[in-house]
Ligand binder design. Structure first.
Ligand code: SF4
Length: 340
């Protein structure tokens, strides 16, 4: 088992994990909140290192990432555990301990994952996804470093609940993030996810201020995070703090795990889409059948269709090989794999 990084000694035989804002004090023989990091004889160990529960080649649109390597595949890997406890978790069988402790996994080392990624046709790189990759920090870092050496790109699909120093280290090797912003309301984060909002906002600001590509997903849950005023405030915050060109995916919720609320009405998704479009250039409905080209990317400069989408497929229509609009030269995409 690999020793974890980002921890300090506590009292007696406890250790304090400093990877995420929970700052768990972990007793000998116990796991932190995430279920992936264990105190063994006064050392914090990365128990989930290389334990892979899910491994698939997916369209990158499925992450979802719409403005990073559109139309390419990405080898997607997941382990187990999560530092959040969302009652509506869509992947609870691998994220929550009541389920994942009975889950089969296969062991891979970073080199094996990279070798597999190289072999996949039209593959952009590796996505760390399915469960929360932050809590597999050491495995993600080691695999992403090797992948980078081979010219692959690295992607993380994350809740963004991480401390600043480990985030800075990840930003050295991760090329694109999709971060779930689950609500613009600290009470929601506290009561529904057992975490807090501010660290996630800080993560978003840090990523947006650097060179790493960022997209955001917002899952709309009826009665929990569909307050119109709060949603408008969130959109204004994204536009003001992160920039109006951050792609936003507004996703339809379906009942999962411990939450039995009815699915989001489709009208709500389209209403939120219209609200967000007033302030953001790239807004996409998710988990829903769309029409009239609203899942396409339109150039903010001249409105021409730059990328056409249907389901998880994407066709590049009017982009130059360096990602600019072929009509008005507006820079739309920074990384295009499908042209290489
Ligand atoms: S990564 Fe896990 S063990 Fe570490 S502070 Fe977060 S929840 Fe606790």
């Amino acid at each position: 088992m690999h020793q974890a990084v980002f921890y300090s000694k506590g009292n007696d035989d406890t250790v304090i994990c400093e990877l995420c804002p929970h700052q768990c004090t972990v007793k000998h023989g116990s796991y932190g909140t995430c279920g992936a990091r264990i105190n063994q004889n006064g050392k914090l160990m990365a128990d989930s290192y290389g334990k892979i529960t899910a491994l698939h080649s997916d369209p990158i649109e499925k992450k979802p990432l719409y403005h990073f390597s559109p139309g390419s595949k990405i080898l997607s890997v997941g382990s187990y555990g999560c530092n959040l406890k969302c009652t509506f978790c869509q992947n609870y069988h691998i994220s929550q301990p009541d389920y994942h402790t009975r889950l089969p996994y296969k062991h891979y080392d970073p080199q094996e994952i990279v070798d597999m990624a190289i072999d996949v046709e039209n593959n952009t790189g590796i996505a760390f996804t399915y469960n929360e990759p932050i809590i597999s920090f050491e495995f993600v870092r080691d695999t992403a470093r090797l992948a980078k050496e081979k010219g692959l790109k690295n992607v993380m699909v994350s809740n963004g609940f991480i401390n600043p120093e480990p985030l800075d280290q990840l930003l050295e090797v991760i090329d694109a993030f999709n971060v779930d912003l689950k609500a613009f309301d600290d009470d929601f984060y506290k009561n529904i996810t057992r975490s807090s909002l501010q660290p996630v906002l800080k993560t978003l600001q840090t990523i947006a201020a650097g060179n790493t590509h960022l997209e955001i997903t917002y899952l709309v849950i009826p009665g929990l995070n569909d307050d119109r005023k709060q949603f408008r405030e969130m959109i204004k915050w994204i536009a003001g703090e992160l920039g109006k060109y951050i792609p936003l995916h507004i996703s339809r919720y379906f009942p999962q795990h411990n939450l039995k609320t009815d699915p989001t009405p489709t009208e709500t998704i389209f209403e939120f889409y219209e609200t967000a479009k007033k302030h953001l250039a790239y807004v996409f409905p998710g988990n829903i059948h769309t029409y009239g080209g609203i899942s396409d990317t339109h150039c903010p400069g001249c409105s021409i269709t730059a990328i056409e989408r249907g389901g998880y497929s994407a066709g590049i229509k009017n982009l130059t090989p360096d990602g600019k609009c072929s009509k008005c030269n507006f820079q739309i995409i920074k990384h295009l794999k499908s042209w290489n």
